[in-house]
Write a protein that binds this ligand. Structure first.
Ligand code: N2P
Length: 379
């Protein structure tokens, strides 16, 4: 004989959540009831023009995890959201110095490497360089890497500067006489002091990682002098601008300039876009996936990173966006013309001219922000 109370307790235990739901909706309690599965989601916040959309579809199809995908074109926007907390994002992709600062601020959770078996495909050399920002690669895995250089409309720039003017030089921007000749055909610079200043420091013989205020001021003073020739400071519009002939010069990211070239080729509009890594030296950067500490879906975030680290998937992304992958095994699936393009996978001679920068300390950061506001606004 089972007492009423016990019987109720037993009944509750026997009825699974699904059966209860079925009863609640008036279904036949004898029928096999299914629990309405909790929808699995991953919220990604990544750079614009930085993924093959087919990869996201395939991920959802295989795992059932829905992807909510937002984009930014500037590290500062990402940093502001992450420092405010509760961004709602599960996966983000800061560049090295920002990754370094955000790790120090305690924004990320360590990667659970057991949940990312495909980490074995990480490119050891790239992982070692990324470790400058993330010691031991505890918090992040490199997604893509590249350079910041000069995108040009070859015909227009040659017409204005003459055939003898070398184009692989920062003097195109920092020499007011040259910049003045390009003003009317459209010049755009990245809206990112973190990229422009370290990129142009080598023009004055300094390392991209110099933290000296005098060195930094050489670049910002020179930019201040040519700012009247800059149509706009923006970090993604130059892709279409170069592709459709609206711009003749943009300081931008390697893969984005390659995408502009591809778009012009596809449009068959006669625009030929070139990408140049300045001979004085240039910046090499790394964008790495990390998971915020307060990510609402950490399990799904790890599943996403593991998927992105599959060699075929990493290669599909590289083939689509023309950035070099941080995945070593992906190289055998990357299109030969991308692998052979020194603007994407730099050769040894180009590598010699590239170096990277680390985060500025807070005081220097404020100094840079003030100097940059002057460049942008003229005041
Ligand atoms: C993608 C730009 C990513 C490069 N549009 C910035 N590090």
């Amino acid at each position: 004989m089972i007492r009423a109370g016990t019987r109720r307790a037993l009944l509750t235990r026997i009825l699974t959540a699904g059966a209860l739901a079925a009863l609640a909706f008036g279904a036949d309690p004898g029928a096999r009831a299914q629990a309405p599965a909790r929808e699995r989601v991953v919220n990604i916040y990544n750079w614009s023009d930085y993924i093959d959309p087919k990869v996201l579809e395939a991920f959802t199809k295989e795992t059932g995890i829905k992807v909510v995908y937002d984009t930014y074109d500037n590290n500062e926007i990402l940093e502001t959201k992450l420092l405010a907390g509760r961004s709602g994002y599960d996966v983000v992709a800061p560049s090295g110095p920002f990754l370094q600062r955000l790790i120090r601020a305690g924004v990320f959770q360590p990667l659970d490497k057991a949940k990312i078996p495909n980490l074995v495909h990480a490119w050891p050399e790239i992982a070692a360089r990324l470790a400058t920002y993330d010691p031991g690669n505890a918090f992040a895995v490199d997604y893509m890497w590249g350079t910041t250089g000069i995108g040009v409309n070859l015909a227009q720039v040659r017409e204005r500067l003459g055939a003898n003017q070398p184009l692989n030089t920062w003097s195109l921007i920092l020499n007011p006489a040259l910049m003045g000749k390009l003003k009317d055909c459209g010049v755009m610079l990245l809206d990112s002091p973190e990229d422009l200043i370290p990129s142009m420091l080598p023009f004055y013989g300094f390392k991209p990682d110099s933290k000296r205020w005098d060195d930094i001021s050489q670049v910002t003073d020179a930019l201040f002098k040519v700012r009247g020739s800059v149509r706009k400071f923006h970090s993604s519009e130059y892709i279409n601008g170069l592709a459709n002939g609206d711009l003749c010069l943009a300081v931008g990211y390697s893969g984005d300039v390659m995408q502009a070239r591809k778009r012009a080729e596809e449009a068959k509009n006669g625009v030929e876009v070139g990408y140049l890594i300045p001979r004085e030296g240039a910046l090499m950067w790394f964008d790495a996936f990390a998971i915020p500490k307060d990510a609402p879906h950490p399990t799904e975030a790890h599943a996403f990173l593991d998927y992105m680290m599959r060699p075929e998937v990493a290669a599909a992304n590289t083939n689509f966006v023309s950035y070099a992958s941080g995945n070593a095994a992906a190289r055998k699936f990357v299109k030969p013309e991308i692998l052979a393009n020194p603007g994407i996978y730099p050769d040894e001679a180009t590598m010699q001219r590239l170096s990277s920068n680390t985060a500025w300390d807070d005081r220097t950061q404020r100094f840079v922000t003030r100097s940059w506001t002057r460049v942008r606004t003229g005041r």
